[in-house]
Write a protein that binds this ligand. Structure first.
Ligand code: GLC
Length: 566
């Protein structure tokens, strides 16, 4: 295979990486569920968009209790998504188009359908089979109380009691997520060896890297002590609702990261050093990207020290409201924290776990549940105002030095789908909180490709595992492609300019002299001015390279961003 990538060395420092959520990207066989052949058939659209790499959420063998983040076989493809041959064909096609491929690695927990967990259930307490997971006796005289007070991120207790072989209630196992997702015991060398095998399996198949799921959770504090949450205002996010844009807590960070005895334990780092050594045996710059919900950023930087991972998602940036002060602060903090360890900053606004930013940035009232949006949520924005801010926020992000992550559908300006019927929802959060938290289905609705086709071109039939809103016909890719004012054109133009001017490798210099509500900086030969305030602002001299909204002469309207040639 001849590779024709744009960058051959340390490509990940500046890359634009596009997240594919396989269930919802493209469906080749018409069963309503996206698949690998569907991805292969649509790679041309991503090449045209101008991204450097794709990251695929899980497509492995799985009962799909958490949309594939419950893995039963780490080295095979679930029949829902195709076969290993389909995977190889997808990688070959991506590489031929100059697109690198990152896959998801889910090492914190497996599915309860994994053969190891089934063997653990069949084996006795104290057995080597149980030692691969976190089985413990319960508290109380008859062991009927959970071993500690930890709660699942998805709601409810983090422990489930099993029935022993003789039918009596027995030990408990830990699951930080759904009860179908038992946590591995990462102090067990057998678990470590198994994951080295899994890494090699995919590296040998040609993947360019791994996004590491729950990379802050794999090691738990010794003795699994009870968790005493800190008083109000825990560290997670640390973002207070601002006048313009309310920060919504992400689904996944239900508890403050710093203090919980299962998040961010120091022991995780030796695992990543071990993996880094393994990856470095392979040619062509294979990477590890951490999904680690820890803060502050200076602490997150520990995940990307020179001998650990290459990148960590910048969730502090994602959680920042559309507010100029907050944006300047998080950009400064990010650049400083990552640079301190020689890593690139990353930037991200949306993913499969959070409310899409075309909706999130204009929500006006904090959601009392803090999680997901649905028909009963308050402060929901009009789509037009949300989209306007999203376009401005994206134009700002794509001018920043470092690597950017995009989530499928944001290039179409897709909003969160708020009015999903209750009986369509599938997120375990929805079930584990008896509908109190809506969960993440609203950002996972299958993509519209063709406005006039069945399922808007998602697949060859009407089938779609989550219903698509009727308004999405107008947002379909084919409806936006030839329109220079469309969100798709904005993304394509910004990515092309970012690439042509090498903004990813640039440096940021703040521009003085603008009102407080303006974020203004120079990156190389580009001046970037984002108006997060309510009043228009006069622009300095310079040809307009890109604008998220039409300009009014030389003034930049509210909620818009412009790039000028310096
Ligand atoms: C990560 C994934 C999320 C999943 C969870 C459990 O946070 O992004 O989708 O539910 O881990 O694997």
């Amino acid at each position: 295979m001849t590779y024709s990538f744009r960058m051959t060395s340390e490509w990940w420092r500046t890359a634009a990486i596009y997240q594919i959520y396989p269930r919802s990207f493209a469906d080749a066989n018409g069963d309503g569920m996206g698949d690998l052949a569907g991805i292969t058939s649509r790679l041309g659209a991503l090449q045209e968009l101008g991204i450097d790499a794709i990251w695929l959420s899980p497509f492995y063998t799985s009962p799909q209790r958490d949309a594939g983040y419950d893995v039963a076989d780490y080295c095979d493809v679930d029949p829902l998504f195709g076969t290993l041959a389909d995977f190889d064909a997808m990688v070959a096609e991506a590489h031929a188009r100059g697109i690198r491929v990152i896959v998801d690695l889910v090492p914190n927990h497996s599915s309860d359908a994994h053969e190891w967990f089934q063997a653990a259930l069949a084996a006795a307490p104290g057995s080597t089979e149980r030692a691969r997971y976190l089985f413990r006796d319960g508290r109380g005289a008859d062991g009927s109380e959970a071993p500690n007070n930890w709660e699942s991120v998805f709601g409810g207790p983090a422990w489930t009691r099993v029935l022993e072989a003789d039918g009596t209630p027995g030990q408990w196992y830990l699951h930080l997520f759904d009860s179908s997702q038992p946590d591995f015991d990462w102090t067990n060398e057998e678990v470590r060896e198994e994951f080295r095998r899994i890494l090699r399996f995919w590296l040998d198949r040609g993947v360019d890297g791994f996004r590491v799921d729950v990379a802050h959770g794999m090691i738990k504090a010794d003795g699994l002590p009870d968790f005493t949450p800190p008083a109000e205002g825990g560290s997670m996010g640390g973002v207070s609702p601002a006048a313009s844009g309310v920060a919504l807590e992400p689904e996944i960070s239900a508890e403050p990261a710093d203090s919980a005895p299962y998040w961010g334990q120091d022991g995780v780092h030796e695992i990543y050093r071990d993996w880094r050594t393994l990856l470095d045996e392979y040619p062509d710059d294979r990477i590890l990207a951490a999904e680690a919900w820890v803060d502050p950023l200076s602490r997150l930087a520990n995940w990307v020290r020179p001998d650990e991972m290459h990148q960590a998602f910048n969730f502090a940036y994602l959680e920042t409201p559309w507010n100029a002060d907050a944006l300047r602060r998080v950009i400064d903090d990010s650049l400083a924290a990552f640079a301190a360890v020689g890593a690139p900053s990353t930037w991200v606004l949306s993913n499969h776990d959070v409310v899409r930013h075309a909706t999130r940035l204009s929500v006006t009232e904090a959601n009392p549940q803090g999680h997901g949006l649905g028909p009963r949520s308050k402060g929901l924005p009009e789509y037009a105002s949300g989209l306007r801010r999203a376009r401005a926020a994206t134009a700002l992000m794509l001018a920043l030095p470092g690597s950017v992550y995009l989530y499928q559908g944001e290039e179409l300006g897709l909003p969160e789908v708020i009015d999903l019927p209750d009986d369509a929802r599938q997120d375990p959060t929805w079930f584990r909180t008896a509908g109190e938290r809506y969960g993440r289905d609203g950002c996972r609705v299958p993509l519209p490709w063709e406005s006039a086709a069945s399922s808007y071109g998602f697949g060859p039939t009407d089938a779609s595992w989550l219903p698509q809103p009727a308004q999405w016909a107008a947002l379909a890719r084919d409806a936006q492609r030839g329109d220079p004012a469309s969100t798709l054109s904005l993304y394509r133009d910004a990515l092309a300019l970012r690439r042509a001017r090498d903004l990813g490798a640039g440096t940021l210099e703040w521009l003085p002299g603008f009102p407080e509500s303006i974020v203004a900086f120079r990156n190389g030969g580009v001046l970037v001015i984002a108006n997060a305030g309510a009043s228009p602002v006069e622009l300095p001299a310079g040809d307009v390279l890109l604008t998220s909204e039409p300009l009014d002469g030389r003034t930049l309207p509210a909620d818009s961003t412009v790039w000028l040639a310096a």
